[in-house]
Design a protein around this ligand. Structure first.
Ligand SMILES: Nc1ncnc2c1ncn2[C@@H]1O[C@H](COP(=O)(O)OP(=O)(O)OP(=O)(O)O)[C@@H](O)[C@H]1O
Ligand SMILES: [Mg+2]
Length: 328
């Protein structure tokens, strides 16, 4: 049987094949013809079509805020993505799905239905905070609590746990997508320039920063809200600081809530060892410094923040012992 870990993210799907490594990272996006349901494009190619298609087509992200909203399209998309990385195997596919912390029974059933559409024969689940830690090679044990946060596009999972189980955790609907929407509103209100979702995301990812002394800027193209004509403008890190920081502050607020729920001994241990972060949004300039200062503990971010969860997932998928301990 082919063993995979699959992180069906709100924005990006990552796939790890045991024995090989990360084999795919593409937008969780599919473009279909509305009337016939025929697939026009999927993955990164479909995302590039966003906002540019004519009436008969639609570009869909089947997950919204970390939850599967359109099972049928999620399944068909996953099927297309799997075909890119594994040739049909007689022995079938066993997949470990990386899921948000506290994922309900109903949400897990949605994953099972999506997996069935995609032709996956056996499914396991692991909650993302465990995978953040494993992706950064943090040694896990029954007695050593770890505090980890996954900040994705649609949601943020925060948890303290040991190999013995979850101690406290939550998932909130805050992530990079909310920052993008806030940037769109902010640029329209402040500069009278209407920009698209892809432009806002690119702006966040290139000049977005939590450092108050960051002076990068980028030219963006959009539509002048007064005249309706195409227009461009230079937007700086300082311009997008506020729409980004309000959501990072929300994440910190909820991380503090989780910390407050911890028994004293656990709290003391995690404050000493620090917090492990992963997810694409942690690539923001100054992220580690900002959260570490606010939470008053060291913030560890791996080399490739966006890949840590799937790397952790790959480790679990390839280890019978970890599957027994972590997969539920
Ligand atoms: N350099 C960067 N600076 C800021 N944000 C970034 C950067 N690179 C990627 N991102 C953002 O990270 C998010 C994608 O990260 P990730 O792949 O971890 O999310 P996901 O797994 O798809 O979503 P979720 O876990 O919420 O379902 C997007 O919002 C993307 O714009
Ligand atoms: Mg994710």
């Amino acid at each position: 049987m082919i063993k995979l870990a699959i992180d069906l993210g709100t924005s990006v799907t990552k796939i790890y094949r045991v024995g090989v490594g990360i084999v795919l990272s593409e937008a969780t996006c599919i473009a279909v013809t509305k009337e016939t349901g025929e697939i026009r494009a999927f993955g990164d190619e479909a995302k590039r079509m966003l906002g540019k298609t004519a009436e008969p087509s639609e570009v869909v992200f089947p997950l919204v805020e970390g939850e599967i909203q359109n099972e049928e399209l999620a399944g068909r998309l996953l099927s297309c993505l799997l075909k890119k990385v594994v040739s049909r195997s007689f022995f079938g596919i066993e997949a470990l799905f990386c899921i948000p912390c506290g994922c309900t029974k109903e949400e897990r059933e949605k994953y099972l239905r999506v997996a069935r559409i995609a032709g996956i024969s056996r499914v396991n689940f692991a909650e993302s905070p465990y995978l953040v830690a494993l992706g950064q090679d943090v040694p896990l044990s029954d007695v050593n609590p770890v505090f980890a946060v996954d900040v994705g596009a649609g949601k943020t999972s925060i948890a303290a746990f040991s190999l013995d189980g979850m101690i406290a955790g939550l998932t909130m609907n805050v992530g990079g997508n909310m920052m993008d929407i806030r940037i769109i509103d902010y640029v329209a209100e402040t500069f009278g320039l209407k920009i698209g979702a892809l432009t806002a995301e690119k702006l966040k990812n290139t000049v977005g920063s939590l450092l108050t002394n960051d002076y990068q800027s980028q030219i963006v193209n959009g539509r002048d809200t007064a005249s309706g004509r195409p227009a461009s403008l230079s937007i700086s890190s300082a311009d997008v600081l506020f729409p980004i920081r309000i959501y990072v502050d929300k994440i910190i607020e909820y991380a503090e809530l989780v910390l407050k729920k911890l028994p004293a001994e656990v709290s003391a241990t995690v404050c000493k060892s620090g917090v492990y972060f992963a997810g694409g949004v942690c690539n923001l300039a100054g992220f580690a410094e900002y959260v570490s200062d606010r939470l008053q503990m060291e913030a560890h971010i791996g080399q490739d923040a966006q890949a840590e969860v799937i790397l952790g997932g790959g480790r679990v998928a390839g280890s019978a012992a970890l599957l027994r301990k972590i997969a539920r």
